[in-house]
Design a protein around this ligand. Structure first.
Ligand SMILES: Nc1nc(SCCc2ccccc2)c2[nH]cnc2n1
Length: 158
């Protein structure tokens, strides 16, 4: 009985800014986040990450330009399926980030990341990503807005 689902989450960044998208529908609606979604049965994690970037903001990223930077595991009170989110970061992309039905993309400087309009866990693990540390975090939510407990640690390698 599979009790976990794998997701991707991609952040395009350079030394000045990070690309986030405002989720316009579905899970995480009205929150700023990286780009991503479910990994389908017929694709690898990296293929899913690339597919979601294209679908959600019309940007092409190549496999070799995405770095695996972390893994986040989310459980929600009353939901037996754990979300296993594979986080990627990259600098190189092709095309222009464009709004779709899913996401409205926007570049943020690092001092203006809208944490109050993001998932509560983001402010806990973003510092690892922004300081180029590999990370592994586990977060349990008692409701969609409240983390009841969590653990995060730096990884030496992914
Ligand atoms: N930053 C962040 N992201 C997610 S879900 C990311 C993966 C996803 C899943 C479904 C649709 C699109 C994208 C979170 N869940 C709980 N805390 C969270 N923090």
């Amino acid at each position: 009985m599979v009790l976990k689902k794998i997701y991707t989450l991609v952040f395009l960044r350079n030394e000045k800014k990070i690309l986030l998208g405002l989720k316009k529908r579905g899970f995480g609606i009205n929150k700023w986040n990286g780009f991503g979604g479910k990994v389908e049965q017929n694709e690898s994690v990296i293929e899913a990450a690339i597919r979601e970037m294209k679908e959600e903001c019309c940007v092409t990223v190549k496999k070799d330009d995405l770095k695996s930077v972390g893994q986040l595991e989310f459980t929600f009170e009353g939901d037996p399926v754990m979300m296993d989110v594979r986080v990627f970061s990259g600098v190189v992309y092709y095309g222009t980030p464009t709004e779709t039905e899913e996401m409205a993309p926007k570049w943020f400087t690092y001092d203006s990341i809208p944490f109050d309009d993001m998932w509560p866990d983001d402010r806990l693990w973003f510092p690892y990503m922004l300081n180029n540390k590999l990370f592994y975090g586990k977060f349990h939510y008692k409701d969609l807005d409240t983390i009841s407990n969590y653990d995060i640690r730096e990884l030496k390698s992914m």
